[in-house]
Design a protein around this ligand. Structure first.
Ligand code: FAD
Length: 663
């Protein structure tokens, strides 16, 4: 069979864009099919990228050679490093983006991919060999037991069939989507956009367990109708830190850097000149504004709960606990007298202001009442009312750590369809799915998995496949046990060599990474030779209260004082954390043994002697990739894993060993 494409990506949201970028740049002939290509890269909800743990993921996506960091840097209108008062392990880069320019930038970047075709259309069905949802339905077995199935293509609502070798479904909030504002219900995945109706029925008929979730968004107000003097301005960082390492590396070259010298002081001066990174966001920067709700507002909300779709019973599905609507907050935190809200500009050339913090699906008249009770919003004009959207998704116990479905080989799922919430979570999954689909097509094996100690992206996928969430999953720093390692400043050290190995990091990024690494190593090495009052500088820097900037002043070292702040912070963090990280490395090494002990995909758990019934059921359902992953499934005990380890060893020691690593 001749395929029209190696890979078809269904959906052009954050998961789809990143998947198409990765797959096509890895050489796969890729098609990105989306309902409305002019909306590719659209920000459905808040006009911002990053934040705590999410920002780390954007840095990771970038370090692997992804798209999101570059698009954010090019369209950011306010950059802030969150949690700066805490340790660098939990700093979270965040940027407000101009949402129209962001989508346009994603589309521009995708247009530079030579192997990528963008197609406007709705995918209604998947063509699956051996499946029940395909064009050859009459040949499909009429049984509830599903035979081995593999993806062969997709069918559009127009009836066009497109053949492919792998497909990535990234349909976000669009499957059978229904929007709610009070009693009013409208079909559609996002305001002004249609719902995708066919695909979830097709997934169900292929045997997938499909669920229904909801999410919501706040109203958008007209800038000119707001009295900003009644809000507290939130300014961006004076020296913004870019998301993309390509911008961070900047131009590490200057003629003086080529000087040769042997003494430590002049070498430091030379290394320092190499470290001068200067990045300025290309777009003008703006302020956001902080305000508060009040008791009067809460009373009106309480009085109108019977008209709120979540409380009237009109919506039954679960929403993201960590992004609650204002009606949820008022009910759940009844004793709180006010809740913060932030006014965030949606772009430079649009009057739309996003009211972060009051996501709601209350009726329009109630929204008007509550908004106008906020000081400064007395005369607010609504550009759009807040709404909630209900949509179909697929429970993620049905995917492997590679994002490939267990049920249909060559079929990958990524983004909000996998029970997650957020652009960054979607993009991370899209990138992993794009990489694995491309590897499957090129080598027959989808085997790219990041471990929990390597990346938040690894934590995300491992959590999804071992503890499928019952509500939309959002990333937090607290989900990562190795967060001292998983910092936003070192994502390139952790992942760029891996990105290079798999072919996603191009020559230019690789050369810039190496140059930066050399400079950091060089300056760190030189610091190791310096002493202050007889104490090695590196020992002083390990003390929490000592900074590199203070030490430089004490030493009266001009080159150290002139060190680029970003470079100084990188080096200081590296030195400060060295001891903790060495200890954590030992723990990771112990875990690594469990992680590398893979369980064959065709492993028959029923044959493990002595396994408890509950363990048998859970292991059969989740089919963990490794013994380590098996241990993380809730309800699986160390004793179960010991029995499993013996059985896996036995199977692997047999001569006809199964070498399938395709997961
Ligand atoms: P999406 O960005 O939804 O993109 C899906 C893409 O698939 C679209 O391009 C669509 O056109 C396309 N598509 C769908 N079906 C088909 C088909 N059959 N054929 C072809 N193309 C198809 N996230 C938060 O973190 N916090 C929030 O508070 C929050 N609130 C939200 C409120 C609303 C109203 C909405 C709509 C979303 C909200 N989100 C929120 C979610 C956030 O938008 C998503 O997490 C993120 O966009 C998911 O990215 P994705 O790529 O998976 O899907």
């Amino acid at each position: 069979m001749i395929s029209d494409y190696d890979i078809i990506v269904i959906g052009g949201g954050h998961a789809g864009a990143e998947a198409a970028w990765a797959a096509s740049r890895l050489g796969a002939k890729t098609a990105l099919i989306s309902l409305d290509p002019t909306r590719i890269g659209a920000m459905s909800c808040n006009p911002a990228i990053g934040g705590l743990a999410k920002g780390q993921m954007v840095r990771e996506i970038d370090a692997l050679g992804g798209l999101m960091g570059i698009a954010t840097d090019n369209t950011g209108i306010q950059f802030r490093m969150l949690n700066r008062s805490k340790g660098p392990a939990v700093w979270g880069p965040r940027a407000q983006a101009d949402k129209y320019k962001y989508a346009a930038e994603v589309q521009r970047l995708l247009a530079t991919c030579p192997n990528l075709t963008v197609i406007a259309g709705e995918v209604a069905e998947l063509i699956v060999e051996g499946g029940l949802c395909n064009v050859d339905k009459k040949d499909a077995p009429q049984s509830t037991i599903h035979p081995p199935q593999s993806i062969r293509g997709v069918t559009l609502t127009t009836g066009t069939h497109l053949r492919c070798r792998a497909a990535i479904v990234t349909t976000g909030t669009f499957l059978r989507a229904l929007m709610h504002t009070g009693e009013q219900k409208t079909e559609g995945g996002r305001v002004g956009e249609q719902a995708a109706k066919g695909l979830s029925g097709c997934l169900t008929s292929l045997g997938f367990e499909v669920g229904r979730l909801k999410t919501g968004t706040p109203p958008r107000l007209h800038r000119d109708s707001i009295d900003f003097t009644k809000f507290e301005p939130q300014v961006g960082d004076e020296s913004p830190i870019p998301f993309s390492y390509l911008n961070e590396y900047g131009d590490l070259q200057s003629p003086i850097c080529n000087l040769q010298s042997t003494d430590a002081a002049s070498r430091l001066q030379i290394a320092n000149c190499k470290s001068q990174i200067s990045w300025n966001p290309p777009l003008p920067q703006v302020n956001c504004y902080l305000g508060n709700t009040n008791q009067k507002i809460h009373e009106i909300i309480r009085a109108n709960l019977h008209r709120a779709p979540m409380y009237s019973g009109q919506i039954q599905s679960t929403g993201p606990r960590y992004c609650p609507s204002i009606e949820d907050k008022v009910v759940r935190f009844a004793d709180k007298e006010s809740h913060h809200l932030f006014l965030e500009p949606e772009g430079l050339d649009t009057p739309e202001i996003y009211v972060n913090g009051i996501s709601t699906s209350l009726p329009a008249d109630v929204q008007e009442q509550i908004v106008r009770l906020i000081p400064g919003l007395e005369n607010a004009k609504f550009i759009r009312f807040g709404y909630a959207v209900e949509y179909d998704m697929v429970w993620p116990s049905q995917i492997r750590s590679t994002m490939e479905t267990k049920r249909v080989s060559g079929l990958f799922l990524a983004g909000q369809i996998n029970d997650t919430s957020g652009y960054e979570e979607a993009a991370a999954q899209g990138q992993l799915a794009g990489i694995n689909a491309a590897r499957l097509v090129a080598t027959g094996t989808a085997d790219f998995v990041l471990r929990r100690d390597q990346a938040y992206m690894g934590v995300l996928v491992d959590d999804l496949v071992t503890k499928p969430p019952i509500e939309p999953y959002r990333m937090f720093t607290s989900r990562a046990e190795h967060r001292l390692h998983l910092r936003s400043d070192n994502a390139d050290e952790r992942l760029t060599p891996i990105g290079r190995e798999i072919g996603l990091v191009d020559d230019a990024r690789w050369a810039a990474f190496q140059k930066q690494k050399e400079t950091v190593d060089e300056i760190t090495g030189l610091l190791q030779q310096l002493k202050l009052d007889g104490v090695p500088v590196v020992d002083l820097l390990r003390r929490p209260e000592v900074t590199l900037a203070d030490t430089a002043k004490e030493l009266q070292s001009a080159p150290l004082m002139a060190l680029d702040p970003l470079m100084a912070s990188k080096i200081e963090t590296k030195i400060k954390y060295a001891g903790y990280i060495a200890r954590q490395d030992k723990a990771i090494e112990r875990f690594a043994k469990m992680e590398t002990k893979l369980i064959p995909t065709d492993f028959n758990y029923a044959r493990v002697t002595g396994l408890r019934n509950e363990a048998l059921q859970k292991l059969t359902k989740f089919t963990p990739r490794s013994l380590g992953q098996a241990l993380r499934i809730s309800g699986i005990t160390p004793a179960d894993v010991t029995l499993l380890a013996i059985a896996v060893d036995r199977k692997q020691n047999r001569p006809q060993m199964n070498t399938d690593t395709h997961r």
